[in-house]
Design a protein around this ligand. Structure first.
Ligand SMILES: [Zn+2]
Length: 280
């Protein structure tokens, strides 16, 4: 890119650098369930410094070609937990320094769902045990670290269809409060294709109690994406995928009210709003 732009006239260079900037970072939104783009001034090593937040390693990318390039060499891209409080200060540690972070408040809407399979609302002890085991497997995937210099942070939609349920909704199943919605639901007919939103490697494939048939993809530096309730899985762990490659098909396996894709995006083991990785 740099070599190429040096051959272009100044006007084209300006356009190219704007495009480059837009392509380099996810949308920042310093709210619970959002993403913070945190400059790390003072850290000037040529190798990316290690950054951590609440015991999880955090993505660090070069600031070069972004709007931050004059103030810092490195940027931490931090997932903010949905449970974070707006009055609380979050602290990122990197290269022996502390970087405090103030977040804004965001009120998510509430949703009331009726689930016919009562076991999906109040699972029996055996099912709780199964779910705990599955959760451990999923969290291990969310914590997976792959040292990729510049992970892809601009995604294509993994399925075609209307967004039927946004990220962050406070959820009530048969009037009982449960965890907020940790992904984005895309409504699509049973059997419709699900595709990779960006390049990555298949990390985990499972058939889970709540999530049904599930694929977790790794995109590097703690950025993972998860696809749930699938009717069919067409990939296996270790498969290397490019944007648009098939993952499987839409279904209604697990705790659902109808066929759809539940799509989660995770950064530093924190589920964040997938919308922040989309261009439009
Ligand atoms: Zn969902």
């Amino acid at each position: 890119m740099r070599l190429l732009t040096s051959l272009l006239p100044p006007a084209a260079l300006l356009v190219a650098s704007t495009l480059l900037q837009a392509a380099d970072l996810p949308k920042e939104s310093r709210v619970p369930g959002g993403i913070a783009v945190v400059p790390l001034p003072g850290l000037t090593s040529s190798k990316a410094p290690q950054a951590d937040f609440r015991g999880n390693r955090v993505m660090v990318v070069s600031a070069q070609g972004t709007e931050y390039e004059n103030q810092t060499r490195w940027l931490a891209i931090v997932g903010i937990p949905l449970k974070a409080k707006s009055d609380q200060q979050l602290v990122i540690s990197a290269g022996g320094e502390k970087y405090p972070l103030t977040i804004q408040n965001k009120e998510y809407k509430a949703q009331y769902l009726t689930i016919k399979n009562k076991k999906h609302v109040n699972p029996d002890p055996e099912q709780v045990k199964r779910w705990r085991r599955e959760k451990t497997e999923m969290v291990a995937a969310f914590k997976h670290w792959e040292s990729i210099e510049q992970p892809p942070v601009k995604f294509e939609l993994p399925a075609k269809g209307p967004f039927s349920s946004p990220f962050g909704l406070k959820r009530f199943y048969n009037k009982q409060p449960r965890n907020p919605h940790s992904g984005l639901d895309i409504a699509a007919p049973q059997g419709a294709p699900i595709t990779a939103p960006a390049a990555g490697t298949v990390l985990t494939v499972g058939d889970y109690f709540f999530n049904g048939k599930t694929v977790i993809m790794d995109h590097g530096q703690g950025l993972t994406t998860m696809y749930c309730h699938m009717s069919r899985i067409d990939v296996k762990p270790g498969d290397k995928l490019q944007t648009g490659d098939p993952l499987g098909a839409i279904g209604k396996t697990g705790r659902v009210t109808g066929p759809h894709l539940h799509w989660s995006v995770s950064l530093n083991n924190v589920r964040v709003d997938p919308i922040l990785f989309l261009d439009n």
